[in-house]
Design a protein around this ligand. Sequence first.
Ligand SMILES: C[S@@+](CC[C@H](N)C(=O)[O-])C[C@H]1O[C@@H](n2cnc3c(N)ncnc32)[C@H](O)[C@@H]1O
Length: 233
Amino acid sequence: MPTASFAQRRSQLEAYFDRTAVDAWARLTSDAPVNKIRETVRQGRDRMRAKLLSYLPHDLSGARLLDAGCGTGLLAVEAARRGASVTAVDLSPSLISLAAERRPEDVDPAKLDFQVGDMLETGEGRFDFVVAMDSLIHYTAGDMVVALGRLADRTDHSLVFTFAPRTPALTAMHTVGQLFPRGNRSPAIEPVGPGVLHRRIAGAQALSDWHIGRSERIVSGFYTSQAQELTRG
Ligand SMILES: C[S@@+](CC[C@H](N)C(=O)[O-])C[C@H]1O[C@@H](n2cnc3c(N)ncnc32)[C@H](O)[C@@H]1O
């Protein structure tokens, strides 16, 4: 069972990403022109996706990968192209439909399964790798670490995810949601300093077999997010 605060935030995120933000996310994650501010976000997100993928083996043939909070599926598609069997899950049925519509023809549908649901409730299978790009940033550090523990339980090699690093400049601008008109804004993001997050991870019983690996911050105009790798063993 997720914590009450995780469940509450999850339902806000589901409403936001399935209704308020669908069109904006559809556009941001396409090749359609966007304004200059969102272009900086798009470029930052492209760099982040490449960074997270660079933490995984280049050849993912035979690997099982979970894209946890996949949105419109950009990262999932790249992982499948590299040979992984991908389960890509998101709370938003609208984003999952879009992801399925956008599935490119060069990707074997049997290797890329889009599912509506909670990343913590994706059945019984195990994964070699889990990637969570900008999908845990809206949860408190405590809930994020609990979620990582739950994901780690089913993961054999590594977890790569992003967090919103706590920096003075970020408070007002570090989610794309903050760029939308008032009333359309995303649920708050929950910035956390890398040191605080690392101490919480190191202290989490469910992550006691896991090591804190590479980490890198990506800053691109209105986008700031930090990649983090956790490895087992
Ligand atoms: C900022 S978007 C990022 C989407 C995608 N990872 C990307 O980078 O393009 C965050 C996504 O996480 C999803 N999400 C948040 N909490 C989730 C949960 N508990 N289970 C599944 N998806 C979740 C949201 O629905 C949303 O689509």
